[in-house]
Design a protein around this ligand. Structure first.
Ligand SMILES: C[S@@+](CC[C@H](N)C(=O)[O-])C[C@H]1O[C@@H](n2cnc3c(N)ncnc32)[C@H](O)[C@@H]1O
Length: 421
């Protein structure tokens, strides 16, 4: 750990103040902060990013430690004191006696005075929803604590361009250690956080940054060469690119989204990937007339639904403070409407996959069960069966349910459904 300096501490405090207004996602706030402060060195930038994300990750506990004065300065001091620094290291930034006493108190703070939700670093409403769904307290704690860790860097190898072993060897030659991901046949987990996007492996489309969980969702869709496929909520195309690769750049892959900006971000990625089977299509809603003309024609449809993102807290810890139970109510309406509309595209015998990066049952099983009850023409296919067909040994039951403490990836949910009639 580099020594604490006035300059780095005050810069981190400025960035933290901006992030704690929760006007924008923390990563966007940080990018802007770094753009506005171009003279910051790489060590200081790393310290600032770790401080802002660290405070967000531990904020429920830090709030309790700070109690009456949970100011950004106190939160940051408490975070740094809990990160294994001894009190002498604070001399360059702390001169007041009351702050010295505060820091000593942070070190002595006992977690057993906290509620279960606070110890799990989850909002109370999230903890209550998980407990009400039958999750045991110790599992809630393990889940919350795993979500409060930083995520590793996972890459997906574009096997249209290179083999996984060759990419691993090239990374090794660049000085980056990596290992094959436990489940995905085209994933690599990299040690540390190298700025991979400067290397030709990235610029020439041999790799994409993608959590292993997302890679498994693509395998559940399992598109084949020559098929007609839709990625209904394609966004910037993380899963579109994977599906296109699985289709070996044949057939047709529609990438729908209502966000022009996100689809625009897909374009350069598409160019790097070398895929020629992808058709990005901006739609005005899930009921856009351009969708209706594809009714009953598609072999596979993925609905990677807009969701609370509660499974991605390792990357977006500020979502804990930017989402709410009422917000999830609204998302539920959208999720159900998108799934119902997307389902109309699936042909008889075709496959529909509903997925989220949420751990909340009402965004997951809740939506799928209601859909199946209203649409008897669809039936659930066990996710484990599909994964076994793809030679992935992972059985989480009928649904794919991934959690960081068990699977090492973000929290994901997916249900595979087949259209019978
Ligand atoms: C979870 S994100 C998709 C992430 C993307 N599949 C990926 O792998 O990078 C959900 C997406 O749904 C889009 N969306 C929201 N409402 C929609 C609608 N009514 N129809 C289609 N897409 C929608 C959002 O713009 C967002 O890009």
């Amino acid at each position: 750990m580099p020594p604490l300096s006035q300059e780095a501490f005050h810069a981190a405090l400025d960035a933290l103040r901006a992030a704690l207004s929760f006007g924008a996602p923390a990563d966007a706030v940080l990018s802007r902060f770094f753009r506005e402060n171009p003279k910051l060195g790489s060590q200081n930038r790393a310290f600032i990013a770790e401080s802002v994300f660290g405070v967000m990750r531990q904020k429920f506990v830090l709030d309790r430690i700070c109690e009456a004065d949970a100011s950004p300065r106190r939160l940051l001091l408490a975070f740094l004191a809990r990160s294994g620094r001894n009190l002498r290291e604070f001399e360059p930034i702390v001169s007041r006696e009351d702050e010295r006493v505060f820091l000593a108190g942070v070190k002595a703070f006992k977690l057993d005075t906290l509620t279960l939700a606070e110890r799990a670093e989850l909002p109370e409403w999230v903890a209550q929803e998980l407990l009400a769904s039958g999750m045991a307290e110790e599992n809630l704690l393990a889940l919350g604590r795993a979500l409060a860790q930083a995520a590793p860097l996972d890459l997906r190898v574009n096997t249209q361009k290179m083999k996984r072993e060759s990419v691993q060897a090239e990374l090794q030659a660049l000085g980056y250690e990596s290992s094959p991901t436990p489940y995905s046949p085209f994933g690599l987990r990299v040690v540390g956080k190298p700025a991979i996007n400067r290397h030709t492996l990235f610029t020439e489309g041999a790799i994409e940054v993608q959590d292993e969980g997302s890679q498994l969702l693509g395998l559940l869709v399992g598109p084949k060469r020559g098929e007609m496929v839709a990625d209904f909520c394609a966004g910037a195309g993380g899963k579109t690119l994977l599906l296109g690769m699985l289709m070996a750049s044949t057939g047709r892959l529609y990438a729908f989204d209502v966000s022009e900006k996100r689809l625009a971000n897909l374009k350069p990625r598409l160019a790097r990937s070398g895929l020629s089977n992808v058709q990005p299509q901006l739609i005005n809603s899930e009921n856009d007339s351009r969708i209706k003309r594809l009714a009953g024609k598609l072999d596979r449809v993925l609905v990677d639904a807009p969701c609370s993102g509660m499974g991605t807290l390792r990357r977006n810890p500020d979502l804990k403070f930017r989402q709410s139970a009422a917000g999830v109510d609204e998302l539920n309406q959208k999720q159900a409407a998108i799934l119902a509309s997307a389902a109309r595209l699936v042909k008889v015998g075709g496959r529909l996959v509903y997925a989220t990066c949420s751990i909340l049952p009402r965004e997951n099983q809740g939506i799928v069960e209601a859909f199946l009850a209203a649409n008897p023409g669809f039936s659930l296919v066990p996710a484990a069966t599909i994964l076994a067909e793809q030679r992935v040994e992972l059985d989480t039951g009928d649904y794919l349910q991934l959690q960081p403490q068990t699977h090492g990836c973000d929290g994901f949910f997916a249900a595979v459904m087949q259209r019978k009639a």
